[in-house]
Design a protein around this ligand. Structure first.
Ligand code: ATP
Ligand code: MG
Length: 398
């Protein structure tokens, strides 16, 4: 079990030009703290010019792999480097420390190629980076007969950085998830069902730095408590990446029944979806969200033909983000597997959309026809929508 207490966290500089920098870095630190805590790791996050460090406390309960796993849930991180950090010392002692590091990390019999990348940030350090590169390279060749220098594609890129107060030695770079830190790009409302697609959609938008709130339309007794629990579980899984998610559970039964009674059955799905969007949008406005997110993908089901999508979209004034719009089911499943939502998504509990579904739902709805059908709802629908929003239950998922 290898153990470091210092991790250098690299992030994409490109995204943080100019005045966005603080926003980006602060959001990143906050998300690192959240992820680390979620994994039961105690540590301190420190921001220094151009980089972020995580210093962990010694513990029996976690090792480097676990720390890296936690950090791989933090968008904005491009790479994680477990670092051996030592105080500034003279060059002879430093050389001995570097040799020790290589032995500890790769073993005495290491046969890999390497290149030293020395950097002197502390201007008063006597040896410059060229001298350090050459001398450290030589000493490593002496100490490890199996090793060789490869300046183009070294298997071990050995970084030695002499900073003002510390020296960092590192050579491992574990890839991070990329993206932008959650919280650096506003907030949006995810329409989260118990299916495969919507958790993936939430993950993808969170990856662009967007904080996520979620809404679930529940239709008791047609959908069970277990179906609701499944959505809570999915929200918690997305929260591992997106940070804590407030999930609004809206009781949709009365509205669904009313539509069922008043409107043609083949239009039921599309009208229901329009009401879901309207309600989601109102809750979104109340909670400061700037957009809606769905798991829709063109042509996947009758309600996702482009004709249906445009009729559904008609009721939205907020932008609707549909990150899966051009994805095949198989591609979506791959991501669901990677982020750990797939197994939960396929648990067989009923879905409020499928219970009242007509045998032959319209696939080319006309907005005019749908609007006419919705007029049959005029008497009670506004009141019902208001009640549904006011009585929504909020559950924190983390
Ligand atoms: P998913 O796998 O995400 O459930 P789906 O392929 O089953 O998607 P639909 O049932 O047509 O497709 O739903 C399309 C989108 O509408 C979903 O991705 C989700 O964003 C939203 N949605 C559907 N049902 C609900 C619900 N009960 N509560 C909240 N959002 C829902
Ligand atoms: Mg669904």
């Amino acid at each position: 079990m290898s153990k470091h207490f210092m991790f250098l966290i690299k992030y994409a500089e490109i995204a943080i030009k100019g005045k966005n920098r603080h926003l980006f870095e602060d959001a990143l630190c906050k998300q690192i703290r959240h992820a680390v805590k979620n994994y039961g790791i105690t540590g301190r996050v420190e921001k220094q010019p151009g980089r972020i460090y995580l210093e962990t406390e010694d513990s029996e309960t976690y090792d480097d792999d676990r720390v890296c796993e936690a950090l791989q849930h933090v968008f904005g991180i491009t790479a994680i480097c477990p670092v051996k950090q030592i105080p500034v010392m003279d060059f002879e002692e430093l050389t001995a420390e570097v040799v020790k590091y290589v032995e500890e990390t790769y073993g005495k019999d290491c046969e890999l190629s390497f290149k030293v990348f020395a950097r002197r940030i502390k201007r008063t350090y006597p040896q410059d980076s060229q001298t350090m590169n050459a001398t450290l390279g030589e000493k490593i060749l002496d100490a490890f007969p199996g090793m060789s220098v490869d300046v183009h594609e070294p298997q071990i890129p050995l970084h030695v950085e002499v900073r003002e107060k510390v020296i960092n030695i590192y050579s491992l770079e574990i890839p991070g998830p990329g993206g932008m830190p959650v919280g650096s790009n506003g907030k949006s409302m995810l329409l989260l069902s118990g299916g495969i697609d919507s958790p993936v959609a939430g993950y993808m938008i969170a990856k662009r730095g967007v904080k996520i709130d979620a809404v679930y339309f529940h239709a008791p007794p047609y959908t069970s408590e277990r179906a609701k629990q499944k959505v809570v579980d999915l929200a918690c899984q997305v929260a591992k990446y997106a940070g804590p998610i407030p999930l609004y559970v809206v009781n949709f039964t009365d509205i669904q029944m009313y539509i069922y009674e008043q409107c043609p059955h083949e239009e039921l799905t599309i009208i229901m979806r329009r009401y879901m969007m309207r309600i989601a949008q109102q809750i979104a406005e109340n909670s400061g969200c700037l957009g809606l997110i769905t798991g829709e993908s063109i042509g996947q089901v009758a309600s996702q033909t482009i004709a249906s999508l445009s009729v559904t979209n008609e009721v939205c004034t907020m932008p609707v983000f549909r990150p899966l719009i051009g994805f095949d089911k198989q591609e979506i499943i791959e991501i669901a597997n990677k982020i750990g939502t797939f197994e939960t998504s396929i648990l067989p509990y009923e879905d409020c959309c499928t219970i009242f579904v007509a045998k032959h739902p319209v696939t080319k709805p006309s907005a005019k026809v749908i609007r006419a059908s919705e007029r049959h709802l005029e008497e009670k629908i506004d009141e019902m929508v208001k009640t549904a929003i006011e009585s929504a239950e909020m559950i924190w998922c983390k």
